[in-house]
Design a protein around this ligand. Structure first.
Ligand SMILES: *Cc1c(COP(=O)(O)O)cnc(C)c1O
Length: 401
Protein backbone atom coordinates (compact mmCIF):
# COMPACT_ATOMS: atom_id res chain seq x y z
CA UNK A 1 0.00 0.00 0.00
CA UNK A 2 1.48 3.38 -0.90
CA UNK A 3 2.12 5.72 1.97
CA UNK A 4 -0.24 8.62 2.43
CA UNK A 5 1.48 11.88 1.59
CA UNK A 6 1.46 14.68 4.12
CA UNK A 7 2.62 18.29 3.69
CA UNK A 8 4.20 19.64 6.87
CA UNK A 9 6.41 22.32 5.33
CA UNK A 10 4.17 25.38 5.54
CA UNK A 11 7.07 27.53 6.75
CA UNK A 12 8.68 27.04 3.32
CA UNK A 13 5.51 27.93 1.45
CA UNK A 14 1.76 27.40 1.66
CA UNK A 15 -0.69 26.32 -1.01
CA UNK A 16 -2.61 29.17 -2.61
CA UNK A 17 -6.11 29.20 -1.06
CA UNK A 18 -8.80 28.30 -3.64
CA UNK A 19 -10.60 31.57 -2.83
CA UNK A 20 -7.40 33.45 -3.64
CA UNK A 21 -7.06 31.72 -7.01
CA UNK A 22 -10.70 32.55 -7.81
CA UNK A 23 -10.16 36.20 -6.92
CA UNK A 24 -7.07 36.42 -9.12
CA UNK A 25 -8.31 34.78 -12.32
CA UNK A 26 -10.51 37.61 -13.70
CA UNK A 27 -7.49 39.92 -13.49
CA UNK A 28 -5.57 37.57 -15.75
CA UNK A 29 -8.42 36.56 -18.06
CA UNK A 30 -10.34 39.76 -18.76
CA UNK A 31 -9.18 42.80 -16.84
CA UNK A 32 -5.70 43.16 -18.24
CA UNK A 33 -5.29 46.95 -18.03
CA UNK A 34 -2.16 48.56 -16.66
CA UNK A 35 -2.96 50.00 -13.22
CA UNK A 36 -0.82 53.04 -14.11
CA UNK A 37 -2.97 53.81 -17.21
CA UNK A 38 -5.36 56.15 -15.46
CA UNK A 39 -6.54 57.67 -18.75
CA UNK A 40 -8.97 54.85 -19.63
CA UNK A 41 -11.38 52.37 -18.06
CA UNK A 42 -9.08 49.35 -18.43
CA UNK A 43 -6.39 51.05 -16.41
CA UNK A 44 -8.73 52.59 -13.87
CA UNK A 45 -10.44 49.30 -12.98
CA UNK A 46 -7.02 47.69 -12.50
CA UNK A 47 -5.91 50.59 -10.33
CA UNK A 48 -9.09 50.27 -8.25
CA UNK A 49 -8.39 46.55 -7.74
CA UNK A 50 -4.82 47.26 -6.67
CA UNK A 51 -6.03 49.89 -4.20
CA UNK A 52 -8.63 47.56 -2.72
CA UNK A 53 -5.93 44.93 -2.28
CA UNK A 54 -3.58 47.50 -0.74
CA UNK A 55 -6.28 48.34 1.82
CA UNK A 56 -6.77 44.62 2.60
CA UNK A 57 -3.03 44.14 3.22
CA UNK A 58 -2.90 47.31 5.34
CA UNK A 59 -5.94 46.21 7.39
CA UNK A 60 -4.33 42.95 8.52
CA UNK A 61 -1.40 44.82 10.08
CA UNK A 62 -3.16 47.99 11.29
CA UNK A 63 -1.49 50.25 8.71
CA UNK A 64 -2.81 52.94 6.36
CA UNK A 65 -3.10 51.84 2.71
CA UNK A 66 -0.70 54.65 1.74
CA UNK A 67 1.98 53.01 3.91
CA UNK A 68 2.01 49.79 1.82
CA UNK A 69 4.55 49.49 -1.03
CA UNK A 70 4.16 46.46 -3.33
CA UNK A 71 7.25 44.32 -3.90
CA UNK A 72 7.97 40.84 -5.27
CA UNK A 73 8.16 39.26 -1.80
CA UNK A 74 9.83 39.50 1.57
CA UNK A 75 13.35 39.18 0.14
CA UNK A 76 12.85 42.32 -1.93
CA UNK A 77 11.11 44.06 0.97
CA UNK A 78 14.05 43.29 3.26
CA UNK A 79 16.49 44.63 0.64
CA UNK A 80 14.49 47.82 0.07
CA UNK A 81 14.06 48.43 3.80
CA UNK A 82 17.66 47.86 4.83
CA UNK A 83 19.56 49.31 1.87
CA UNK A 84 16.97 52.05 1.44
CA UNK A 85 17.06 53.18 5.07
CA UNK A 86 20.81 52.70 5.60
CA UNK A 87 21.66 54.85 2.59
CA UNK A 88 18.97 57.47 3.24
CA UNK A 89 20.32 58.00 6.78
CA UNK A 90 24.04 57.58 6.22
CA UNK A 91 24.71 61.22 7.09
CA UNK A 92 23.46 60.47 10.63
CA UNK A 93 25.54 57.35 11.11
CA UNK A 94 26.66 54.09 9.57
CA UNK A 95 26.05 51.59 12.37
CA UNK A 96 23.38 48.90 11.83
CA UNK A 97 22.20 46.22 14.27
CA UNK A 98 20.59 42.83 13.64
CA UNK A 99 20.39 39.35 15.20
CA UNK A 100 22.22 36.13 14.31
CA UNK A 101 18.96 34.19 13.88
CA UNK A 102 17.55 36.45 11.13
CA UNK A 103 16.62 35.14 7.68
CA UNK A 104 19.38 35.21 5.05
CA UNK A 105 17.47 37.93 3.20
CA UNK A 106 18.33 40.21 6.13
CA UNK A 107 21.75 38.79 7.05
CA UNK A 108 23.11 38.76 3.49
CA UNK A 109 21.76 42.26 2.84
CA UNK A 110 23.46 43.47 6.02
CA UNK A 111 26.64 41.75 4.87
CA UNK A 112 26.44 43.60 1.55
CA UNK A 113 26.01 46.90 3.42
CA UNK A 114 29.06 45.96 5.49
CA UNK A 115 31.07 45.87 2.26
CA UNK A 116 29.75 49.36 1.42
CA UNK A 117 31.24 50.96 4.52
CA UNK A 118 28.50 50.32 7.06
CA UNK A 119 29.35 48.68 10.37
CA UNK A 120 27.01 45.82 11.30
CA UNK A 121 26.54 44.37 14.79
CA UNK A 122 24.92 40.91 14.84
CA UNK A 123 23.54 40.11 18.27
CA UNK A 124 23.62 36.72 20.00
CA UNK A 125 20.53 35.10 21.46
CA UNK A 126 20.25 32.53 24.27
CA UNK A 127 18.93 28.98 23.76
CA UNK A 128 15.35 30.28 23.77
CA UNK A 129 16.08 32.14 20.53
CA UNK A 130 14.59 35.29 22.08
CA UNK A 131 16.52 38.54 21.87
CA UNK A 132 16.96 40.16 25.30
CA UNK A 133 16.02 43.86 24.88
CA UNK A 134 18.77 44.70 27.40
CA UNK A 135 21.34 43.14 25.10
CA UNK A 136 20.00 45.25 22.26
CA UNK A 137 20.08 48.40 24.41
CA UNK A 138 23.75 47.72 25.16
CA UNK A 139 24.58 47.55 21.45
CA UNK A 140 22.92 50.81 20.41
CA UNK A 141 25.26 53.76 19.79
CA UNK A 142 25.02 57.42 18.85
CA UNK A 143 25.72 56.49 15.21
CA UNK A 144 23.22 53.59 15.06
CA UNK A 145 20.57 54.40 12.44
CA UNK A 146 18.73 51.11 11.89
CA UNK A 147 17.86 47.90 13.75
CA UNK A 148 16.36 44.81 12.09
CA UNK A 149 14.67 42.08 14.16
CA UNK A 150 12.19 39.53 12.80
CA UNK A 151 8.79 38.94 14.39
CA UNK A 152 8.44 35.13 13.96
CA UNK A 153 11.48 32.99 13.25
CA UNK A 154 11.14 30.78 10.18
CA UNK A 155 13.17 27.88 11.58
CA UNK A 156 12.18 27.69 15.23
CA UNK A 157 8.93 29.70 15.31
CA UNK A 158 9.80 31.91 18.29
CA UNK A 159 8.11 35.32 18.58
CA UNK A 160 10.34 38.29 19.43
CA UNK A 161 9.21 41.06 21.81
CA UNK A 162 8.90 43.68 19.09
CA UNK A 163 6.98 46.12 21.33
CA UNK A 164 9.90 46.33 23.80
CA UNK A 165 12.53 46.37 21.05
CA UNK A 166 10.65 49.09 19.16
CA UNK A 167 10.30 51.24 22.28
CA UNK A 168 14.08 51.13 22.81
CA UNK A 169 14.73 52.16 19.22
CA UNK A 170 12.06 54.87 19.14
CA UNK A 171 13.44 56.49 22.34
CA UNK A 172 16.80 56.88 20.57
CA UNK A 173 15.53 57.97 17.16
CA UNK A 174 16.68 54.70 15.56
CA UNK A 175 14.57 53.04 12.84
CA UNK A 176 13.26 49.51 13.45
CA UNK A 177 12.70 47.12 10.54
CA UNK A 178 10.77 43.90 11.20
CA UNK A 179 10.70 40.89 8.85
CA UNK A 180 7.16 39.58 9.38
CA UNK A 181 7.12 37.05 6.53
CA UNK A 182 6.28 34.23 8.96
CA UNK A 183 3.95 36.28 11.15
CA UNK A 184 1.05 37.45 8.97
CA UNK A 185 -2.04 35.39 9.74
CA UNK A 186 -0.34 33.74 12.73
CA UNK A 187 0.01 36.57 15.25
CA UNK A 188 -1.98 39.79 15.58
CA UNK A 189 -0.05 42.82 14.31
CA UNK A 190 -1.19 46.39 14.97
CA UNK A 191 1.16 48.94 13.49
CA UNK A 192 -1.06 51.73 14.80
CA UNK A 193 0.36 50.99 18.25
CA UNK A 194 3.52 48.94 17.57
CA UNK A 195 6.64 51.16 17.34
CA UNK A 196 7.87 49.71 14.04
CA UNK A 197 8.99 51.82 11.07
CA UNK A 198 9.41 49.24 8.31
CA UNK A 199 7.84 45.78 8.00
CA UNK A 200 8.40 43.13 5.33
CA UNK A 201 5.44 41.00 4.26
CA UNK A 202 4.95 38.25 1.70
CA UNK A 203 1.88 36.49 0.30
CA UNK A 204 3.09 32.91 -0.19
CA UNK A 205 3.62 32.06 3.48
CA UNK A 206 -0.02 33.03 4.11
CA UNK A 207 -1.94 31.13 1.38
CA UNK A 208 -1.37 33.74 -1.31
CA UNK A 209 0.61 33.47 -4.56
CA UNK A 210 4.40 33.46 -4.79
CA UNK A 211 6.10 36.50 -6.28
CA UNK A 212 4.22 39.24 -4.44
CA UNK A 213 4.94 40.95 -1.15
CA UNK A 214 4.87 44.35 0.46
CA UNK A 215 6.93 46.71 2.53
CA UNK A 216 5.16 48.76 5.17
CA UNK A 217 6.78 52.22 5.31
CA UNK A 218 5.59 54.37 8.21
CA UNK A 219 4.31 57.85 7.30
CA UNK A 220 4.01 59.33 10.84
CA UNK A 221 6.79 59.82 11.75
CA UNK A 222 7.80 59.69 8.12
CA UNK A 223 10.47 57.18 7.07
CA UNK A 224 12.66 58.09 4.12
CA UNK A 225 14.10 55.39 1.87
CA UNK A 226 16.53 55.42 -1.01
CA UNK A 227 14.72 53.55 -3.84
CA UNK A 228 16.48 50.41 -5.06
CA UNK A 229 14.53 50.08 -8.32
CA UNK A 230 14.41 53.11 -10.60
CA UNK A 231 11.99 53.56 -13.47
CA UNK A 232 8.47 54.86 -13.92
CA UNK A 233 8.15 56.23 -10.40
CA UNK A 234 5.50 53.74 -9.31
CA UNK A 235 4.71 53.27 -5.61
CA UNK A 236 5.52 56.90 -4.75
CA UNK A 237 8.88 56.52 -6.44
CA UNK A 238 9.97 53.83 -3.96
CA UNK A 239 9.61 50.83 -6.26
CA UNK A 240 9.23 51.33 -9.98
CA UNK A 241 7.75 48.66 -12.22
CA UNK A 242 4.29 47.86 -13.59
CA UNK A 243 2.18 46.34 -10.85
CA UNK A 244 0.98 42.75 -11.32
CA UNK A 245 -2.73 43.34 -10.71
CA UNK A 246 -3.62 39.64 -10.27
CA UNK A 247 -0.79 39.17 -7.77
CA UNK A 248 -1.81 42.23 -5.74
CA UNK A 249 -5.43 41.01 -5.74
CA UNK A 250 -4.24 37.57 -4.61
CA UNK A 251 -2.24 38.93 -1.71
CA UNK A 252 -5.14 41.19 -0.72
CA UNK A 253 -7.58 38.28 -0.68
CA UNK A 254 -5.12 36.05 1.22
CA UNK A 255 -4.65 38.74 3.87
CA UNK A 256 -8.42 39.39 4.06
CA UNK A 257 -8.99 35.68 4.75
CA UNK A 258 -6.12 35.63 7.26
CA UNK A 259 -7.71 38.49 9.17
CA UNK A 260 -11.10 36.81 9.27
CA UNK A 261 -9.94 33.31 10.10
CA UNK A 262 -6.71 33.77 12.04
CA UNK A 263 -8.22 33.38 15.49
CA UNK A 264 -10.01 30.08 14.77
CA UNK A 265 -7.11 28.80 12.68
CA UNK A 266 -4.51 29.43 15.40
CA UNK A 267 -6.63 27.47 17.89
CA UNK A 268 -6.99 24.58 15.45
CA UNK A 269 -3.26 24.58 14.74
CA UNK A 270 -2.50 24.75 18.47
CA UNK A 271 -4.47 21.55 19.05
CA UNK A 272 -2.53 19.84 16.24
CA UNK A 273 0.76 21.08 17.67
CA UNK A 274 -0.17 19.60 21.08
CA UNK A 275 -0.96 16.29 19.41
CA UNK A 276 2.36 16.35 17.58
CA UNK A 277 4.37 17.30 20.68
CA UNK A 278 2.65 14.59 22.77
CA UNK A 279 3.42 12.00 20.10
CA UNK A 280 7.04 13.11 19.71
CA UNK A 281 7.53 12.80 23.48
CA UNK A 282 6.87 9.05 23.20
CA UNK A 283 9.51 8.53 20.49
CA UNK A 284 12.61 8.53 22.68
CA UNK A 285 14.92 11.45 23.30
CA UNK A 286 13.34 14.28 21.36
CA UNK A 287 14.20 17.90 22.25
CA UNK A 288 12.28 20.91 20.99
CA UNK A 289 14.40 23.83 19.77
CA UNK A 290 13.51 27.39 20.76
CA UNK A 291 11.32 28.81 23.50
CA UNK A 292 8.27 26.67 24.25
CA UNK A 293 6.01 29.54 25.32
CA UNK A 294 6.75 32.48 23.04
CA UNK A 295 6.26 30.70 19.74
CA UNK A 296 3.64 30.26 17.04
CA UNK A 297 1.87 26.90 17.25
CA UNK A 298 2.54 26.32 13.55
CA UNK A 299 6.17 25.34 14.10
CA UNK A 300 7.82 22.37 15.78
CA UNK A 301 11.59 22.11 15.43
CA UNK A 302 12.72 18.87 17.04
CA UNK A 303 16.11 17.22 17.58
CA UNK A 304 16.21 13.41 17.63
CA UNK A 305 19.22 12.48 19.77
CA UNK A 306 21.75 10.35 17.93
CA UNK A 307 19.74 10.29 14.68
CA UNK A 308 20.89 11.77 11.38
CA UNK A 309 18.02 13.96 10.15
CA UNK A 310 18.91 13.48 6.48
CA UNK A 311 18.65 9.71 6.85
CA UNK A 312 15.45 10.10 8.82
CA UNK A 313 13.81 12.16 6.05
CA UNK A 314 14.85 9.67 3.40
CA UNK A 315 12.87 7.07 5.35
CA UNK A 316 9.87 9.41 5.40
CA UNK A 317 9.21 9.52 1.68
CA UNK A 318 5.93 11.21 0.85
CA UNK A 319 6.10 13.45 3.90
CA UNK A 320 7.18 17.01 3.26
CA UNK A 321 9.21 18.56 6.05
CA UNK A 322 12.58 20.28 6.32
CA UNK A 323 15.85 19.24 7.83
CA UNK A 324 16.89 22.22 9.88
CA UNK A 325 20.49 21.16 9.67
CA UNK A 326 20.91 21.51 5.95
CA UNK A 327 21.42 24.86 4.36
CA UNK A 328 20.45 26.08 0.93
CA UNK A 329 23.94 25.58 -0.41
CA UNK A 330 25.53 22.17 -0.63
CA UNK A 331 28.17 23.17 1.90
CA UNK A 332 26.67 20.88 4.54
CA UNK A 333 26.97 23.65 7.13
CA UNK A 334 24.48 23.30 9.98
CA UNK A 335 21.65 25.81 10.24
CA UNK A 336 22.89 29.26 11.31
CA UNK A 337 19.78 29.61 13.50
CA UNK A 338 20.33 26.37 15.45
CA UNK A 339 24.00 27.23 15.77
CA UNK A 340 23.13 30.69 17.11
CA UNK A 341 20.90 29.21 19.84
CA UNK A 342 23.78 27.03 20.93
CA UNK A 343 23.02 23.67 19.31
CA UNK A 344 26.05 21.49 18.69
CA UNK A 345 26.65 20.54 15.05
CA UNK A 346 25.53 17.04 15.97
CA UNK A 347 22.26 18.23 17.43
CA UNK A 348 21.66 20.57 14.47
CA UNK A 349 22.20 17.65 12.08
CA UNK A 350 19.61 15.64 14.01
CA UNK A 351 16.86 18.26 13.73
CA UNK A 352 13.65 18.38 11.72
CA UNK A 353 11.27 21.28 11.20
CA UNK A 354 7.60 20.31 10.96
CA UNK A 355 5.31 23.21 10.11
CA UNK A 356 1.54 22.89 10.41
CA UNK A 357 -0.96 24.76 8.24
CA UNK A 358 -4.56 25.56 7.33
CA UNK A 359 -5.33 22.17 5.77
CA UNK A 360 -3.40 19.92 8.18
CA UNK A 361 -5.59 17.29 9.89
CA UNK A 362 -5.21 15.20 13.04
CA UNK A 363 -4.88 12.21 10.69
CA UNK A 364 -1.89 13.91 9.05
CA UNK A 365 -0.20 14.33 12.43
CA UNK A 366 -0.88 10.69 13.33
CA UNK A 367 0.49 9.54 9.98
CA UNK A 368 3.72 11.47 10.50
CA UNK A 369 4.08 10.13 14.06
CA UNK A 370 3.57 6.54 12.88
CA UNK A 371 6.10 6.96 10.11
CA UNK A 372 8.60 8.57 12.49
CA UNK A 373 8.13 5.73 14.95
CA UNK A 374 8.79 3.19 12.21
CA UNK A 375 11.84 5.05 10.96
CA UNK A 376 13.29 5.45 14.47
CA UNK A 377 12.77 1.78 15.37
CA UNK A 378 16.23 0.89 14.07
CA UNK A 379 18.43 3.58 15.66
CA UNK A 380 20.67 5.34 13.16
CA UNK A 381 19.52 3.10 10.30
CA UNK A 382 15.90 3.86 9.43
CA UNK A 383 14.54 1.34 6.93
CA UNK A 384 13.52 2.64 3.52
CA UNK A 385 9.75 2.84 2.96
CA UNK A 386 9.67 0.37 0.06
CA UNK A 387 11.98 -2.51 -0.84
CA UNK A 388 15.55 -3.12 0.25
CA UNK A 389 17.99 -0.41 1.20
CA UNK A 390 19.38 1.45 -1.77
CA UNK A 391 22.98 2.57 -1.71
CA UNK A 392 23.86 6.02 -2.93
CA UNK A 393 23.91 9.60 -1.73
CA UNK A 394 21.43 10.77 0.89
CA UNK A 395 18.67 12.93 -0.50
CA UNK A 396 19.32 16.52 0.48
CA UNK A 397 16.24 18.31 1.77
CA UNK A 398 17.44 21.81 2.41
CA UNK A 399 15.57 24.20 4.62
CA UNK A 400 14.17 26.57 2.05
CA UNK A 401 12.35 29.31 3.90
C1 LIG B 1 10.26 33.16 3.37
C2 LIG B 1 10.93 34.23 4.13
C3 LIG B 1 11.57 35.29 3.49
C4 LIG B 1 11.65 35.39 1.99
O1 LIG B 1 10.38 35.68 1.47
P1 LIG B 1 10.11 35.60 -0.10
O2 LIG B 1 8.75 36.21 -0.24
O3 LIG B 1 10.13 34.15 -0.43
O4 LIG B 1 11.16 36.38 -0.78
C5 LIG B 1 12.15 36.27 4.27
N1 LIG B 1 12.11 36.21 5.59
C6 LIG B 1 11.52 35.20 6.25
C7 LIG B 1 11.50 35.20 7.73
C8 LIG B 1 10.92 34.17 5.54
O5 LIG B 1 10.36 33.16 6.19
Amino acid sequence: MPHRSVYLDHAATTPCDARVVDAMLPWLREHFGNPASRGHAWGREAEDAVQRARAQVAALVGAEPSEIVWTSGATESDNLALKGAAHARCAQGRHLVTVKTEHKAVLDTMHALGRQGFEVTSLDVPASGLLDPERLAGALRADTTLVSVMLVNNEIGVVQDIAAIGALCRARGILLHVDAAQASGKVAIDLATLPVDLMSLTAHKSYGPKGIGALYVRRKPRVRLEPQMHGGGHERGLRSGTLATHQCVGMGEAFRIAGEEMHAEVERVRALQRRLLAGLATLGQVDINGDLERRVPHNVNASFAGVDAERLTSALEGIALSTASACASSSGEPSHVLRAIGCSDERAHSSLRLSIGRHTTAQDIDTVLERLQGALAVPGAPPPPHGPARPGPTRHTALSA
